[in-house]
Design a protein around this ligand. Sequence first.
Ligand code: TXE
Length: 492
Amino acid sequence: MANREKQDEIPASTGIRNYINGQYINPIQDNWLDNYCPATGEVYGKIPNSSKADVENAHLAAKSAFPSWSQTTFEERSRILIKISELLEDNLQRLAEAESKDNGKPVSLAKEVDIPRAASNFRFFGNAITQFASESHESVGQDAINFTLRQPIGVVGCISPWNLPLYLFTWKIAPAIAAGNCVVAKPSEVTPMTAYLLGEICTAAGLPKGVLNIVHGLGTTTGQAIIEHPGIKAISFTGGTATGAQIAKVAAPLFKKLSLELGGKNPNIIFADCDYDDMLTTTVRSSFSNQGQICLCGSRIFVEASIYDKFKTDFVAKVKALKVGHPSEASTNIGALVSKQHFKKVMDYIEIAKAEHGKILCGGNKVVVKGYENGYYLEPTVIEVVSNDCRINQEEIFGPVVTIMPFESEVEVLEMANKVKYGLSATLWTNDLKRTMRMANQLQVGIVWINTWMMRDLRTPFGGVKASGIGREGGFEALRFFTEAKNVCIKY
Ligand code: TXE
């Protein structure tokens, strides 16, 4: 496990530059942003605040690379993607420490989840592209045959958030390049480091220059320039619902394909007939993993009335035992929140909860970690609410804060679970098969976990409904998004 001294070995982010046409280059207008370390609250480097000119530069590199890359055989693309995957695994410790320093998450989590999943993303799509078939239909009796060409779109845009930086950045880039596209990608300006390090890894893997271009900067300038660019034909975005709506507004008149994976306010529904101990352990994880900064966290916990008091006692006891600490400590369960602004947003929601007569059962306070007094540390917080209509049950907080309340019947809890503008995921704890199917059919979400949480098979469709977004990532859904289907009909 990394120790604190080792964390300082990460190259100062002053080294962070754009990766365009296979080269690291400075932003044209020499405009830079501070990069903060959430664990210490200190600036530890600079990142480019790229302009439209940088995005145009990246687009030109991608456009130049496209004819050759789109004609590369899928065996060659597969080989390169799998090589990238292997190099990510070879750099596990270095990337995990970089991710932890940028995001504030425990190094242990970055080592167990974030970086391995980034490697899996490239390995999965390196394999999937060799199986991605199209279709043909013989028009019997008409001497005609139809077949479908699945062709890469061209230059596509990938924009990702700060909560799972390399995990989500690569979740978009891997299928995009596997399908033969060239990419202009922008990571969050809050967590740029691992995206920066991905550039050199792609070069080392033999990815031809210009296939992947990484530009850093603010969403409202650099991100907006990607959305607006007429030569960038499709956008794959993960981030906040409000941002997704703004992107759709700009992209729609430009007729760009859009994949939007947005916020969530996910119900965790617990029936008395569940496997109690397994449920309890997993519910602590689904509530507070990554400091609760995962769009899939089960932030609204509904518990069947007959076990509500027992659950409340046991759950609060487990939450109180969680250790808030420096992300590099092996004993840390809860690291730092990603930024000062986000820390304030979460604290504001805790005040809103109090104003709405929510009962703070544990947590709710800033934590001062010795030696890191300026870090953004917050206690994991459990709030008992009296109504599902309160703001903290309706709005995405995206921090280590969950609500709990009892329910009497399946009908009642289903109505509460669905009564929210989001529809990303739901978790259900029960051993009743008929109830499982009744609930899974009626929950208005894109993902339902039964007796588990965040178990992922990359072949499966991933995404939400309502205000949680448009489209699906994962498996062949992602390859379909990053290709255009052309039907050819031949009369013979
Ligand atoms: O997302 P943003 P952030 C939710 C969560 C979080 C909120 C904001 O509630 O608090 O969204 O988080 C770029 N045009 N989720 O700040 O602001 C931006 O630079 C083009 C849930 O991370 O949406 C960054 O790279 N790009 C989500 C990316 O969009 C723009 C995970 C995300 O930024 C842009 C993260 C614009 N106008 C946050 N504005 C999930 N579902 O996993 C911003 N960006």
